[in-house]
Design a protein. Structure first.
Length: 628
């Protein structure tokens, strides 16, 4: 059934998978829409789960009851229907579901405003009574349809007799130049399978970014829309795209089922939809087919490699997806176990080796582990990944991070980051990494441009990145303005409040800096630390807070690892030269990753003339930026 209809206060457009009410338009997953249509066809009669499965998933015999439950839940959420006190869809225990609202078919010539209406009197399978007045009203519409059919026939005949004339297909003229892949719905309905849906979303994004000449938004930004029912044009505006791909994926045994729908967001227009059923071992071909289908719709060509794709053991692939799921949740030790499982199952799995490298270097870079405890293992894994697949942008990024933050080999880090960008210019992580690499080399203008490119591809991933670069360029006014704008757009992002506090600090606006610091702690849920800091500020002011932070760090260090660079930064804000130098020297000895930025951090500017500071810069092989 493709005809639009009204269900209570909602106008339902099955071909667009959309529900609208009072001007608000909400998208639902295609299979959820098919479930709704199936219920409509049966009117107010009870429809069993088995009947829904047989009608909606005709060619997918492995679908279970949980999928139906998930679809019904999505429909209720979209239509604000309460399962305990339903007014649209009622659950009949042990029997199935039925509609409570009256259904009205809408005149296709005048949709969404209801024209001649056929009111349901017992389901679509029953007889419908249409009075003579309705028939007379339909005559003009039939004449219009006949005229349209005649025009189409004439055009078709003209095309047959003029084969040399080229006419672009409608799909190819769709003006999609940028694309966001919304998180694929977990078709299984099993929360334990969320890793699979998230992993497939990530791989689809990577495939499209690598093979399409479009700007494709990266994973971190789109994942914030998981299970969020909002109008597509609104989401598209926030992400700065004109195309949105949505769908679902599920796996049972060795079979994978995926639905995909491409939409042109500015006009909320459906462009293309397709269902894919594949063997789990053939999932790579499914992703390639999806990329080619979308390329066709936007009039582009894919840039797939001519070399044959390496076969991936399905169990190894599953373990890899689980590893990436936990890595994105910053559970690096847990992710490492799954990457190792993937490698054990398939030793030549390059992506798993790259994931293993990432699981090792991340704890050091985010201040959770000494570099010596993890970086050597990260380097071995990254080298193995590159040995297996030198065309992997992700593997080159991993190696760039290791050469930058551990080996301090600036030329190799620069070369690796440039290669990653070359291999996949649509991968935001490549631009982020390149920006990190360029900063200690004092190529700050280039670093800023790379940061902006990354933000275009992943606007919600590192919203504080541009502010950090501007602070390191000593452009404090621009940094403060950037941080304010970003913080207003994402008021619940604690990291933005932290960097805004830092920007106020360099502007010597202590009161504002303290307020933002307290806001960051509140959003992070650090209640004890926040209470102490508020009391210290009340009694002694901002400088007392800086001194208190040193004491707090020492108490924390007695229980867990605290980076010496954190101590160096805090002592530098207090202006304590000897303690700052001591912790910088310790950071150098321990190869603490962030010591590479000691020249770009304004906190250390007061040390420029100190020979001990200069000695550290020289031993690291950095080009001095403090003059002769």
């Amino acid at each position: 059934m493709d005809q639009e209809f009204k269900l209570g206060p909602w106008v339902v457009r099955p071909t667009l998978n959309s529900l609208s009410r009072n001007g608000d338009n909400i998208r639902v997953e295609p299979k959820a829409m098919e479930v709704l249509v199936c219920l409509v066809r049966h009117g107010g009669n009870v429809v069993s789960k088995d009947r829904l499965i047989s009608d909606v998933w005709v060619d997918t015999p492995f679908v279970g009851d949980d999928v139906i439950v998930r679809c019904i839940s999505d429909l209720r959420r979209a239509m604000e229907d309460d399962a305990k006190a339903p007014h649209i869809i009622e659950t009949i225990p042990k029997r199935g579901y039925r509609l409570l609202e009256k259904v009205e078919l809408l005149d296709p010539m005048h949709s969404p405003e209801p024209g001649p209406v056929i009111k349901q009197t017992g389901g679509f399978s029953g007889q419908k009574k249409i009075d003579p007045w309705h028939i007379r009203q339909l005559v003009p519409h039939l004449l219009v349809l006949m005229l349209v059919a005649g025009v189409i026939g004439a055009v078709y005949a003209w095309r047959l007799t003029h084969p040399h004339i080229s006419v672009k297909e409608t799909a190819a003229s769709t003006p999609i130049r940028s694309l966001a892949v919304l998180p694929l719905d977990n078709l299984s309905g099993d929360p334990a399978q969320e890793y699979f849906a998230d992993g497939m979303t990530d791989e689809v994004i990577t495939m499209l970014a690598k093979n399409l000449p479009l700007r494709v938004i990266s994973r971190t930004s789109v994942m914030q829309y998981k299970h969020v029912h909002r109008p597509l044009p609104e989401i598209a505006r926030e992400l700065g795209v004109d195309g949105v791909l949505e769908g679902s994926v599920g796996r049972t045994g060795n079979r994978v089922h995926m639905t995909a729908q491409l939409n042109y967001a500015p006009s909320d227009t459906h462009v293309w939809a397709e269902n894919f059923d594949r063997d789990w071992s053939d999932v790579g071909a499914l992703q390639n087919e999806l990329a080619e289908a979308i390329a066709k719709q936007v009039g582009a060509k894919t840039s797939r490699s001519a070399s044959p794709e390496r076969h991936i053991n399905p169990e190894a692939h599953d373990a890899y997806l689980m590893g990436r799921y936990y890595w994105s949740e910053e559970q690096t030790e847990k992710s490492r176990g799954f990457f190792q499982k993937a490698i054990d199952l398939q030793p030549d799995y390059a992506a798993a080796w790259s994931g293993m490298a990432d699981s090792y270097w991340m704890p050091a870079v985010v201040f959770n582990s000494p570099a010596s405890a993890v970086m050597p293992q990260a380097e071995r894994a990254a080298r193995k990944a590159l040995e297996l697949d030198d065309q992997s942008a992700e593997a080159h990024n991993s190696m760039a991070m290791i050469q930058l933050f551990y080996r301090w080999n600036w030329s190799v880090a620069e070369r690796e980051s440039a290669r990653a960008v070359e291999l996949n210019p649509n991968l935001a992580e490549s631009h982020f990494v390149r920006s990190y690499v360029l900063r200690p080399m004092n190529r700050m203008d280039e670093a800023l441009q790379e940061e902006k490119k990354a933000m275009e591809l992943d606007p919600l991933s590192e919203p504080d990145g541009t502010t950090f670069v501007l602070l390191r360029m000593r452009n404090f006014d621009a940094a403060l303005n950037e941080a304010r704008i970003r913080s207003e757009a994402q008021p619940n992002n604690g990291g933005l409040h932290e960097v805004l506090s830092e920007a106020y600090f360099f502007k010597r606006m202590d009161k504002e800096s303290e307020a933002e610091s307290e806001q960051a702690l509140q959003l992070a849920g650090e209640k004890t630390q926040l209470a102490e800091q508020v009391e210290v500020y009340r009694r002694g002011g901002f400088r007392a807070v800086l001194a208190w932070r040193v004491d707090w760090l020492k108490r924390k260090a007695a229980k867990q690892y605290v980076s010496p660079m954190v101590f160096a930064d805090t002592y530098a804000q207090l202006g304590h030269r000897e303690e700052t130098i001591r912790y910088l020297e310790q950071s150098y000895q321990e190869r603490e990753p962030h010591v590479v930025y000691l020249q770009s951090d304004p906190n250390f500017d007061f040390l420029y003339a100190d020979p001990r500071y200069r000695a550290i810069v020289n031993k690291m092989g950095l080009s001095p930026t403090y003059g002769p």
